[in-house]
Design a protein around this ligand. Structure first.
Ligand SMILES: Cc1cc2nc3c(=O)[nH]c(=O)nc-3n(C[C@H](O)[C@H](O)[C@H](O)COP(=O)(O)OP(=O)(O)OC[C@H]3O[C@@H](n4cnc5c(N)ncnc54)[C@H](O)[C@@H]3O)c2cc1C
Length: 459
């Protein structure tokens, strides 16, 4: 039998697997520091379909599962993860969550000096006044009256390029107003980094207990690849990095998975009142660290999406029809909770994740506060509906991570038990961020660059 051809690529200072926000920023900053870098991504490097619901579900930017537009847990809930050069930042809403440094302090990592640079790089800015619509402004007043400290949200957005009321932030921003890892990766390429796309990494090459490269398969060309370098960094995200670590014999990887599940509440404003869906989405928010919840006005998505979403909640089919019909006066609030890290990645790469009673309590707290706000806004209480967590498909986990966490799989230099194999992404966080994680991740990547440079200089 003819021997299968292997394409060998060698001589890199750093081999990075995964083009999410972490991988892209690492590649760019290491290249700026003069290092020879290869960034390997199993998806493509394009902006095809950006800005449309169908474009986002064509498999180029979001991981699909058989019979579903996104991945599912074994229990039937949604796991939404991005793919391609940019990873999750293609489809994130661009909401900023300020890093919680205390969790890193506990493991001896001081990220603070890197925050300002990360903010600049990811275009962090406060939602300007003119992007806060009339109902949202009224909600702000109502919340302050109720003692809820909502404030204009920080976003990874250049508002001078953004359009008020745009409904496509989470389908990818075609106006180039929302920061994406894609920009950092392509800047790295202009500086000389190699972007190796459509290459799915299956295995870390470990020789004498040291990582020396990776093996993978071309998604389009079917070619076997062997890519070698001095240091190997997995930035393949919450699911990908766990599988990569396991391929190197690290059996502790793949546990402690969190997902930051989201829920929503809907209600009808009095007849004749224009609802909040015509206004700019996620323009005000409140991080409630005491209760481990995030509150925000809803991401603006088209009518059909919200109507379908109602099916997952107390509204059922009638709620879905009503949401579609009464869309002009719908008012909605969006939440995320800081869930327990008790999920797992199975041996074949599937996700198993259930909620604890404490998670449920946090969600009920959100529903309670949402109801208070909606009632105060004048919504008819009989029209208030919430999405549910205890029905299959009722949950979506948009931030799966924690599966290679600091203190369990990596040490506080982000190195695994296999020398020269590191993990830097959402999987290496010390616990659920309980807030949108991209700013934390980019801050972590910026913190990690000098560590890697020190290691390269010492070798
Ligand atoms: C709908 C949605 C909305 C969100 N909204 C926000 C928000 O408003 N604000 C915020 O801060 N965060 C938000 N997030 C979360 C955020 O996008 C993710 O947490 C973040 O992208 C994780 O970054 P990462 O670098 O860890 O990895 P990822 O972004 O997951 O990227 C990992 C990359 O690695 C690649 N990969 C995986 N395995 C392999 C392999 N074996 N070989 C090669 N490549 C591989 C993947 O294709 C992917 O491109 C949202 C997420 C979703 C899904």
């Amino acid at each position: 039998m003819a021997k299968k051809k292997v394409k060998r690529m060698d001589g890199y200072d750093v081999v990075i697997v995964g083009g999410g926000p972490c991988g892209c920023v690492l590649a760019n900053d290491l290249t700026k520091a003069g290092k020879k870098v290869i960034l390997i991504e199993k998806g493509g490097n394009n902006l095809k379909g950006l800005g449309s619901m169908f474009g986002m579900t064509n498999g180029e930017h979001m991981e699909k599962a058989k019979g579903s537009v996104w991945q599912k847990t074994i229990e039937g809930d949604g796991v939404v993860i991005g793919t391609g050069m940019g990873g999750g930042s293609y489809l994130y809403a661009g909401i900023v969550g300020m890093p919680q440094f205390e969790a890193f302090d506990e493991v001896g990592m001081d990220l603070r000096p890197f925050l300002e640079e990360a903010k600049r790089e990811t275009w962090v800015s406060k939602t300007p006044d003119e992007f806060i619509g009339p109902q949202t402004r009224r909600m702000l007043e109502v919340c302050h009256k109720l003692g809820l400290p909502f404030e204009p949200a920080y976003r990874h957005i250049k508002f001078d390029k953004c359009e008020y009321g745009c409904t496509s932030a989470a389908f990818g921003c075609k106006r180039h107003a929302k920061w994406m890892g894609y920009y950092a990766a392509n800047e790295a390429a202009e500086r000389g980094a190699t972007l190796q796309i459509y290459t799915d990494i299956k295995e870390v090459i470990v020789e004498n207990g040291v990582a020396v490269g990776v093996k993978g398969k071309g998604v389009k060309d079917g070619i076997d690849y062997e890519i070698r370098g001095k240091l190997v960094v997995s930035s393949a995200g919450g699911l990908g990095s766990a599988m990569i670590a396991r391929s190197a014999g690290i059996m502790s990887a793949g546990n402690m998975l969190f997902g930051d599940p989201s829920i929503s509440s809907f209600a009808l404003l009095p007849p004749g009142t224009k609802g909040s869906f015509y206004e700019h989405g996620t323009s005000i928010s409140m991080m409630d660290d005491e209760h481990g919840c995030l509150f925000s006005t809803t991401v603006t998505w088209p009518r059909m999406f919200w109507s379908m979403y109602q099916l997952m909640g107390t509204g059922g089919i009638r709620g879905a029809v009503k949401t579609f019909r009464e869309f002009p006066r719908i008012f909605s609030i969006f939440n995320k909770i800081h869930d327990a890290g008790i999920g797992q990645i199975t041996w074949d790469g599937r996700v198993s994740k259930i909620l604890t009673n404490e998670d449920d309590q946090k969600m009920n707290y959100c529903r309670y506060i949402n109801t208070k706000i909606m009632t105060e806004m004048g919504c008819d209480p009989s029209t208030i509906h919430h999405t549910l967590s205890r029905i299959p498909g009722g949950m979506t986990f948009g931030h799966p991570g924690g599966t290679c966490s600091v203190g369990t799989v990596v040490n506080n230099k982000l190195e695994t038990e296999v020398k020269n194999l590191f993990v830097c992404d959402i999987s290496s966080l010390p616990g659920a961020p309980s807030r949108p994680p991209v700013l934390t991740l980019v801050t972590l990547a910026k913190w990690f660059v000098p560590q890697l440079l020190g290691r390269l200089n010492a070798s």
